[in-house]
Design a protein around this ligand. Sequence first.
Ligand code: FAD
Length: 412
Amino acid sequence: KTFHDVLIVGGGAAGTTVASLLKRRQPGLDIAVIEPSKDHWYQPAWTLVGAGAFDVEKTRRPTQSFIPRGVKWIQRRAIGFAPTENRVDLDDGSSVSYGSLVVALGIQLDWHKIEGLEATLGKNGVSSNYRADTAPYTWKCIREFQGGRALFTQPAMPIKCAGAPQKILYMAADRFKTRGLNADMSFFTPGAAIFGVPFYAKALDKVVASYGITPKFGHNLVAVDGLRRRATFDVTIDGKTTREDSGFDFLHVVPPQSAPEVLKGSPLADAAGWVSVDKQTLRHTQFSNVFGLGDCTNTPNSKTAAAVRAQAPVVAANLLSAREGSELQARYDGYASCPLTTSVGRIMLAEFAYDGVVTPSFPIDPRVPRRAYWWLKKSYLPSLYWQMLKGSLGPDWHAARTFPEAVPAIHP
Ligand code: FAD
């Protein structure tokens, strides 16, 4: 069968959740999901894996177990989009056509953009929590660190989970402090602030200072020499770029990221390659039967699974409305959450929406790192995630906000 009422491209956090929500609302709907991977990974816990606080095997489950009953899983890779013909082309030469399309391809990790990185990643003290196979090596490096220079890098935005590069920084600093090690720690970012939301950035500046970490703004990692243990940075200050070299004993790298290759230059993409959608309805700006969500869109929210949780009901509701020819009622407010591990055992729960509006779920100061949020991240959020994929969180969690409901917010 080569036609489906709804075709979902990408069966990660976003695609799977939308498939489940649609199937629950309209059991008769003919849905197919294009997803090449047999494994589904709970990526948010890789940060804890790198700090020795989570078992990597518990972050993996079979993709099959999340494909809702009655939904067809096409285990292939999409290689092209022809939205004027309602068609997606696959890597085996076949194609699938659709009534409605949901694009949920995630974000691409561009390891190759840092010279020498791929050859040394996972050895020579060079690691990254952005891969399931290297996150355990981060913990090995931290465990075996005997003092010296530890460097942590963040690439240019946008990336998925903008807080992840500094989460491992603080947990490593905490581990080194507990062991009484003499660690010279630096955090390198091309940006000019530690975090994109000023309300939280001010509180995080204090965390950085409390550990004696040196923030290196305007620094972009461009090359790694694992054998010589040297990292090279482009340093841009006042529009002038120079090169800087630093030795290391441990280097944690977060790779540059961009839109998936299959989207770049496709009719669905904006100039930068992201799926071009309305930031509230999540409908494509040009093709009215196409929706997009998750890390692959051009919406200016923080790319997180927390954002996916808020976006999926909006896409499900609006897609069904569009199919009925009625007005789109559901709106995404830009909600995202970033549980910032400020130590092993405490978390600052950053929650915010579009334009840096702070939207805490609990009526207490969200800038205060708390033990309860550590428990939330380690025990509660993983199970919340697996349930989200099945659309089984209950009506409150899966309810889409409808226009013009106000966003509960406090302003910094
Ligand atoms: P994904 O879940 O990545 O899924 C994309 C899917 O598309 C994949 O299954 C992939 O196989 C598939 N795909 C790719 N190319 C093709 C193709 N050509 N054809 C078909 N399918 C394709 N989020 C939080 O909320 N909180 C956190 O604390 C947090 N921490 C994180 C820490 C780390 C280290 C990382 C890596 C991520 C973290 N995230 C966090 C981010 C979160 O994991 C992502 O934002 C979320 O998974 C996005 O969902 P998605 O469906 O858009 O992308």
